[in-house]
Design a protein around this ligand. Structure first.
Ligand SMILES: C[C@@H]1N[C@@H](C#Cc2ccccc2)[C@H](O)[C@@H]1O
Length: 439
């Protein structure tokens, strides 16, 4: 490997208590909210086919019109406590909230720009209300921050001229000031989720970004920042020139999930996921496939089974309502988590061979092993292959600890766990499997 000044500053996982807490969340909630929720994917009767939070970039959207939407932003129905309660009932252990998306509109009263909630009819600090409400529910708060800021005069996607460079210096100072301001205003923040850091202009700022990261981490000990924040001095993002991850966890899994444990290269990671195909901000007309709770629970369990966190996105509407489809899914996921949360919280990868019926998770502290079943075989025989020196002794339904499920040895280190559900299986279910390990 080569010597880098601004590459990864740590090899391997962080082992401090803040990161252990992060690693054990399992389930998080993403909230994308801003003035883009007002048009909700439409403008003057036309349907915007892109992601609703990107509508400003649509050729049919006059920039002037978009940039004045904030003068209408007055979400009467906004109820931070209600959102936090719903997230608690869903089983989210942390929340990531957009403070400022690519459009540059600030949901907190930043003193570094007038393009903020303070200048809207609503006036009040949305981020502050959400931080307090989620803290009160015991849900850890992380702040999403977009480096891209289409509203700031000094923002550039690339630096072509000396004038660009001069302007961009102001933008860098503005960016740093806003981030320091956010951590000063909301010191209970556990981490920053950066986005919009793919521009050439920002990628060239390896030294500045590295120093900024250091400054932010000094403000809040244990602060957690993912791999999307900065590039190394050779322009490499997420992984530096030596292939080492920069940041505390990998943020490359946006709307996708790794297939195998090899895909995660031993790093912590999160998957951030939309309910429709690709809408983060509120779009009033979701087209295409909308995921069911069974699909989302499978994504959650698959993520946990591969040592990751699953963060499900909610896009409240322009009045501050959580839409009915999201409310329904939150309730269905919450009902499943009420019964099965122990296969998610504090759990991770079990190095047993993956089987078709579903996923294994194991509690990192107790070693308790779970079979989370999504695909019941017609035979009712769930194949289990164990490592050498491991003998399965007992299996029972998590929901019915007194149930005694037959384990049949069929080959060396290979068993059938025989289970015939009494009623048709409508939701994933969990079998606990107890083993004896011999040296
Ligand atoms: C977390 C998500 N990242 C943002 C994006 C993007 C994007 C932009 C260009 C090409 C592919 C993806 C989305 O707007 C949302 O905030």
């Amino acid at each position: 490997s080569i010597t880098l000044k601004h590459g990864a500053h740590r090899l391997g996982k962080r082992t401090d208590k803040q990161m252990q807490t992060w690693r054990n969340y399992g389930l998080g909630q993403f909230i994308h909210w801003g003035v883009y929720a007002i048009p909700g994917g439409h403008w003057e009767g036309k349907y915007y086919p892109g992601a609703a939070e990107w509508i400003r970039s649509w050729k049919e959207m006059p920039k002037e019109a978009y940039d004045n939407l904030y003068k209408q932003f007055n979400p009467e129905k906004f109820n931070a406590r209600g959102w936090a309660k719903q997230a608690k009932e869903m089983g989210a252990k942390y929340v990531i909230i957009t403070t400022k998306h690519h459009d540059g509109f600030c949901l907190w009263p930043s003193k570094y720009t007038d393009y903020t909630i303070a200048k809207s009819p609503y006036k009040k600090d949305i981020i502050g209300q959400l931080v307090d409400a989620y803290d009160a529910e015991g849900i850890d708060v992380y702040l999403y921050f977009s480096i891209i800021d289409w509203n700031h005069p000094g923002y550039r996607s690339s630096l072509k001229t000396e004038a660009d460079r001069k302007e961009y210096e102001d933008f860098k100072t503005f960016t740093r000031n806003q981030l320091v301001e956010l951590l000063e205003r909301y010191p209970s923040t556990k981490g920053l989720w950066f986005d919009g850091s793919w521009d050439k202009a920002w990628i060239e700022q390896a030294e500045f970004a590295d120093e900024l990261g250091r400054e932010l981490r000094e403000m809040i000990p244990g602060l957690i920042i993912g791999s999307r924040f900065r590039a190394d001095e050779n322009g490499n993002r997420h992984f530096d020139t030596n292939g080492d991850m920069m940041g505390d966890y990998e943020q490359g899994w946006e709307r996708k999930i790794p297939e195998t444990i090899e895909d995660i290269h031993g790093n912590d990671w999160d998957c951030v996921m939309t309910i429709p195909e690709n809408q983060w901000g509120y779009h009033s007309d979701w087209k295409g496939h909308v995921k069911t709770s069974n699909e989302l629970i499978e994504m959650l369990v698959k993520s946990v089974s591969l040592d990751g966190n699953f963060v499900l996105n909610f896009g409240p509407d322009g009045e501050g309502n959580i839409r009915p489809e999201e409310t329904k899914l939150a309730a269905e996921i919450g009902a499943w988590m009420d019964v099965n949360k122990e296969v998610v919280y504090g759990c991770g990868y079990l190095d047993w061979k993956k089987q078709d019926w579903g996923y294994y998770t194991v509690n990192r502290e107790t070693g308790k092993k779970y079979m989370v079943v999504f695909n019941m075989p017609v035979s009712g025989a769930l194949r289990v292959k164990v490592p050498d020196n491991t003998r399965p002794d007992k299996a029972y339904l998590l929901e019915q600890p007194e149930s005694d499920i037959t384990i049949e040895e069929i080959h060396r280190n290979e068993y059938f766990v025989h289970y015939k559900p009494m009623t048709p299986v409508k939701k994933p279910f969990v079998i606990v499997i107890e083993t004896t390990e011999s040296d």
